[in-house]
Design a binder for this molecule. Structure first.
Ligand code: GLN
Length: 508
């Protein structure tokens, strides 16, 4: 193994320690990851834009500051990261996986982007995604699909498949995603990585191109729970530029992850959601889930079965609320202000230009949701569809409140299946939507949730995720449980399974 190969296998925490003690330079670490991207990204296609020179310049700045005796700007200073292409970056394109924004460069940085830069985190580039974050497979990207590093004939999940795949392919030790209905957690599950949807309002949405504003939440993606926690603390916290940002201290998730790694969950009550899991789930996913429950019990947690009766309506209500918000948010792509402009004729009217641009610039899934949302919001239907869906949303939030009166966290499978083959569901929207059965309730209520690797399915050898859900601002207990579970899995598996990503080496 060359030194570079050893560097890309390290966790963000390990890389930071080596960079800060000046055992290796941030430039070397960045270069090792850029080399890896050059080597494997033609097979994976995690990235839409690679920012090699700005990344090396940012790394050199970190090295210079350390050489000058300054303390690291943050615990992650010098560590590379892959950023989902939905966050505004003033020095890179921001496409949201859409042709309508091809080549668009935002005039400013998103708050998340700015916080990463201030922390000395090195942004390697922008990652592929389903167009405007709508999808569960990254096949709805206008720039072609991302491939799952465990098996490149399969999907990496979505919408943040690029971010998750970049981690699983060892192209980056850290990534950022967004989760509106599961787009951080489901990709994490099917790529054997960790993905966290923080409490709604926990991470600023300023400069995050909106999908569905009442559901969208940015969050950390990593290969370990501790790395996710370190990144969480860098990006989270109050931002006056986002009116939904929560003005309270960021939960102490790094401390919680370190404590959890001790593997003691005695005194904690873990709720097993009776409506999630069971019939209809891939049998090996179900088997892995049952094994995960035993693991939690062996760590001292008390398992309690809880019923959340309205979770079964979450998917239906989500597919009214999300399209409604999408139809309104995406009206801003009007051919005048951003990106693409198609002129159907030299003397075309503004309406004709707008129609031609949206026809050419949006993909089928985006158009489908704009139409669904426009219909759901139209006069005469608003109360029957959007209004009813909002009532269901309240009932789901009440289910969570009642459950968290009894237990500290809730668990479920993250996704009903392992990674499916590319092409299998792309023409079947309902089958695609069912991927988010378990993840959507937390978005509807706004509480915190994450996915942590839960071993490999026996049948296909592909990763499975365990979802852990916590109350709003209950991230600390969630990370503690996740870290304990991760430590137990690693002990049972003889180390992190992600280190054994198969298939990829053969394809490069
Ligand atoms: N897969 C879900 C959807 O298509 C979730 C998307 C997301 O979280 N951005 O809407």
């Amino acid at each position: 193994m060359s030194t570079d190969t050893e560097l890309i296998r390290l966790t963000a925490a390990e890389l930071a320690a080596k960079i800060h003690s000046r055992e290796v330079s941030a430039v070397e670490v960045t270069q090792a990851h850029l080399d890896r991207i050059t080597q494997v990204d033609p097979a994976v296609h995690a990235f839409l834009h690679i920012a090699a020179e700005p990344a090396l310049a940012a790394a050199a700045e970190v090295d210079a500051a350390l050489a000058g005796g300054k303390p690291p700007a943050s615990p992650l200073a010098g560590v590379p990261l892959a950023l989902k292409d939905v966050f505004a970056t003033s020095d890179m394109p921001t496409t949201c996986g859409s042709k309508i924004l091809e080549g668009w460069r935002p005039p400013y940085d998103a708050t998340v982007t700015a916080r990463l830069r201030r922390a000395g985190v090195v942004i390697l580039g922008k990652t592929n995604m389903d167009e405007f974050a709508m999808g569960s497979s990254t096949e709805h990207s206008a720039y072609g699909p991302t491939h799952n590093p465990w098996d490149t004939t399969r999907i990496p999940g979505g919408s943040g498949g690029g971010s998750a795949a970049s981690l699983a392919a060892f192209e980056a030790p850290l990534a950022i995603g967004t989760d509106t209905g599961g787009s951080i957690r489901q990709p994490a599950a099917v790529t054997g990585t960790v993905g966290v949807k923080p409490t709604y309002g926990g991470v600023s949405r300023y400069g995050l191109v909106a999908c569905a504003s009442s559901l969208d939440q940015g969050g950390p993606c990593a290969r370990t729970v501790l790395d996710a926690a370190l990144l969480h603390e860098v990006i989270a916290g109050y931002d006056p530029l986002d009116s939904t940002s929560i003005d309270t201290p960021v939960p102490a998730v790094v401390e919680a992850a370190r404590r959890g790694a001790g593997g003691d969950l005695r005194g904690l009550r873990v709720g097993v959601v009776s409506e999630l899991g069971g019939e209809g789930y891939q049998p090996q996913v179900e088997a892995s889930y049952r094994a995960a429950l035993s693991t939690l019990e062996s760590l001292g947690a008390e398992l309690v079965t809880v019923s959340c009766p309205h979770f079964r309506y979450a998917l239906a209500a989500y597919y009214l609320i999300l399209p409604s918000e999408v139809s309104s948010n995406l009206a801003r792509f009007d051919a005048m202000r951003y990106g693409l402009r198609v002129m159907p004729a030299p003397d075309a009217s503004a309406e004709e230009v707008m129609a031609a641009t949206r026809e050419a610039g949006f993909g089928d899934e985006v158009k489908r949701r704009i139409m669904l949302g426009t219909y759901a919001l139209s006069s005469g239907y608003y109360d029957a569809y959007y209004g009813k869906a909002q009532q269901v949303r309240t009932l789901i939030a009440r289910d969570f409140t009642a459950a968290f009166g009894q237990v500290d966290v809730l668990v479920s499978p993250t996704a009903p299946t392992t990674a499916f083959p590319i092409g299998e569901k792309v023409d079947d929207p309902l089958a695609m939507y069912l991927n988010d059965l378990c993840t959507i309730p937390a978005n509807m209520a706004g509480n915190a949730a994450m996915s942590v690797p839960s071993g490999l399915a026996e049948s296909d050898g592909l990763p499975v995720g365990l979802q852990i859900m916590a109350p709003a601002l209950g991230e600390a207990v969630m990370y503690r449980v996740a870290a304990a579970f991760e430590a137990a899995r690693n002990a049972a598996d003889g180390g992190p399974l992600i280190q054994r990503v198969n298939g990829l080496e053969a394809t490069v």
